[in-house]
Design a protein around this ligand. Structure first.
Ligand SMILES: Cc1cc2nc3c(=O)[nH]c(=O)nc-3n(C[C@H](O)[C@H](O)[C@H](O)COP(=O)(O)OP(=O)(O)OC[C@H]3O[C@@H](n4cnc5c(N)ncnc54)[C@H](O)[C@@H]3O)c2cc1C
Length: 391
């Protein structure tokens, strides 16, 4: 990363992530910071945890919904975990597996939860990203743009859609009719699309098991400066239905160069999920109206007139959903394709949410190349539990 951008081209941050609910901010992770809740809700959460200790459930949870209740208790499940997870995944927790969790969800330690309440201590340093760096200029895209200019340009081709893959002849056909022959094909297009373009009818039932949600991204340019409560926050989670977004980032806090003039402007980035079970309003105007109402309801902005500009984008494939049927489908699809010389990797290529961030996706490519050249194992795609294990 330092080679690509230069070591002084980063701004490092202590993570300040928060949960907004019941008209207040609670530091993340929620369960470690219950002291910020109103008395009744705090009591409900603590009693839920204590009941867990008494019940000592031994049955393996059948799905993510049961896993939430068995790890956090019914109080935390009702107030935060269930509504938040529906908002982010756009599918109910009963449809999801929990095999993807590893270090991605902070689990509970009842003694620490109670001590934090009694000692009035904030406990926010959990997790793999409690300190992070962000490019001074150009957002995370600048990393990959710099990476691309270092690659031989005659090997790069953009804006050419692959229309067909002939796995028998080992040939790819592009939209303009050009063909490319390959020895091994490394594909990062969505796996279900790959199965379609390769005409693998026998794999289509497994591919249909793969679900995803879409994401609307909004960039909100504002005049003035953030209120004191937002002055040092990085991002916030929103479980309640008073706003459409599940997460908002104070983007101008990541780098002052994310806005034209930091003395006069600031900015937010909001993310909203969508699926057939959680549709978003049909028109762009209605979606923006809902967004603005949500920003006001959540206290992120005080006046609509401060909004200078709203940029929006829909990412059709936002999150690869870790459904209950996912692993069986992937175990049928990925090795069969590999056997044909086609390796499907990356966020929607391998469809494993737990190894689909930028670092994971990059490493899937690096490890695949090493595997082809040197025969080494591809750890990231096949062993998420190893790469996500806390060092
Ligand atoms: C809302 C959201 C928030 C995220 N936040 C973070 C974050 O905070 N940190 C982080 O590390 N990661 C984050 N990510 C994940 C990050 O975007 C992915 O890790 C990364 O983009 C995966 O790279 P990839 O190359 O595997 O897949 P992609 O970036 O999806 O690339 C696949 C490419 O295949 C192309 N393609 C598809 N079909 C065809 C075809 N027929 N012919 C030719 N090309 C085709 C697509 O156009 C696309 O360019 C986030 C993603 C989303 C959606």
């Amino acid at each position: 990363m330092d080679t690509l951008l230069g070591p002084d081209q980063w701004i490092c941050h202590e993570r300040e992530s928060w949960i907004r609910l019941l008209g207040r901010f609670v530091p993340y992770p929620f369960q470690m910071n219950l002291r910020h809740l109103p008395r009744e809700e705090m009591k409900e959460c603590v009693l839920g945890l204590l009941r867990l200790l008494r019940e000592q459930r031994t049955n393996k949870p059948a799905h993510f919904g049961e896993w939430i209740s068995s790890v956090f208790g019914d109080g935390i499940a009702r107030i935060f975990m269930r509504p938040y997870n529906f908002k982010v995944w756009a599918y109910p927790p009963e449809m999801l597996a929990y095999s993807w969790i590893s270090d991605r969800v902070a689990v509970t330690d009842a003694e620490r939860v109670v001590s934090n309440i009694i000692d009035e201590r904030d406990d926010a340093s959990w997790g793999p990203n409690n300190r992070f760096c962000f490019p001074k200029f150009g957002g995370t895209g600048s990393i990959w743009r710099e990476c691309a200019v270092r690659l031989p340009s005659d090997k790069l081709r953009f804006n050419s859609e692959v229309r067909r893959i002939d796995t028998a002849r080992r040939r790819v056909v592009l939209e303009d009719g050009t063909t490319n022959d390959y020895d091994r094909l490394f594909s990062t297009m969505p796996l279900d699309l790959l199965v379609e373009l390769a005409g693998m009818d026998h794999m289509k039932p497994a591919a249909r098991e793969l679900l995803y949600s879409s994401t609307y991204i909004y960039g909100i340019g504002l005049c003035g400066s953030p209120c004191d409560e937002l002055a040092t926050k990085c991002w916030m989670y929103f479980p309640e239905d008073t706003c459409p977004f599940y997460r908002v980032t104070v983007f101008s806090n990541y780098s002052p160069f994310n806005v034209p003039d930091i003395s006069r402007y600031w900015s937010l980035m909001a993310e909203v999920s969508e699926s057939r079970l959680k549709p978003a309003p049909a028109s762009a105007k209605l979606r923006v109206d809902e967004l603005i109402r949500g920003l006001l309801n959540a206290g992120l902005i005080q006046r609509e007139e401060d909004i200078m500009n709203i940029w929006q984008m829909k990412i059709d494939r936002g999150y690869p959903t870790p459904t209950l049927g996912r692993d069986a489908a992937l175990n049928a699809l990925l090795p069969s394709l590999d056997a044909l010389g086609v390796s499907s990797r990356g966020r929607f290529g391998a469809w494993r949410y737990e190894v689909s961030n930028q670092d994971h996706s990059l490493m899937q490519g690096v490890e695949w190349a090493d595997h082809i050249v040197m025969g080494s194992d591809e750890i990231t795609v096949w062993h998420p539990e190893i790469v996500n294990h806390r060092k």
